[in-house]
Each structure stands twice: as C-alpha cells, then as structure tokens.
Write a protein that binds this ligand. Sequence first.
Ligand code: ZN
Length: 152
Amino acid sequence: MAPHPGHPGSRVGAGSCDVRYIGRHPRRNLSVPLREETSDCRGRLATLREKRAELERSRDEALSQIGREEEFRRSGRAPLAGDLPEDLVRLYERSREQTGLGAALLRAGRCGACRLDLNASELNRVKAAPADEVIRCEECGSIMVRTEESGL
Ligand SMILES: [Zn+2]
C-alpha cells in the first residue's frame, strides 16, 4: 500500500524533489539547521536562566546587606535621639521622610542636602536667627546645621 500524501512521514515528490511531509508532528521533521538553531536557543535560554538566578542571588544579598545597614543605623540613632528634644526628633523624622535627608550641614552658604546656594536674604535670615533656633532650607525643607564653615 502506497503512503497517503497526508500521512505523516510520507514523501511528496520523487527524485531531486525529495520533500518530507510535515503532518501532525512538525518537530520530528524539522530540518537540520532548524534543529541546530532550536538547540542553540535552548542553550542560550539555559545560560540566561543561570545568569538570572545569579543576578537574583546578588540582588537578594544586596537587599539583605541594606537591611542590616539600616538596622545598624536605626539602632545607633535611637540612643542619640533620646538626648534630643522630642519635637526636634519629630521634625527631623518628618523632614527625612520628605527629603531623604533629615538634616545637612550648611557649608559656605550652601545647603548640604539640596546643594543650592542660599540667596542674600536667606543668608541674612540665618545669620539673624538665634544659635538654638532650628533653621530649615527654604528649597528642600531639610534642617540646616550651622557650623563655623557655614559662611555666615
Ligand atoms: Zn536644601
């Protein structure tokens, strides 16, 4: 019995035109270059999965390190904050949440948090303020800590 043209594995054509019918199981009859390309893709996929797993381990390790550093800073800050007035600590925490930096040095007339120079009227306001007054940057809202390097 001759193979039916629609039967998987049957041959269409004869002689120089020897084309295999693909039928229901296309993977069985893939051409050699296509099989090699598929194999290459599987290899690259495996490599990329290994790379992704490596990057995920690296990310998890970095997040763990950040968590440990944050805990270290938090535990180191608590005793210091205990010596400060409660309202100042609250202001610092609020400023830190809003700006990322609760306080920064005022150095050479420049806010250490936003790195902007204070204009003449702001500098005069800071100069005129009592030493124990909490000064905040008008630009970023951070507490500006005055020192001898403040340029006042
Ligand atoms: Zn600022």
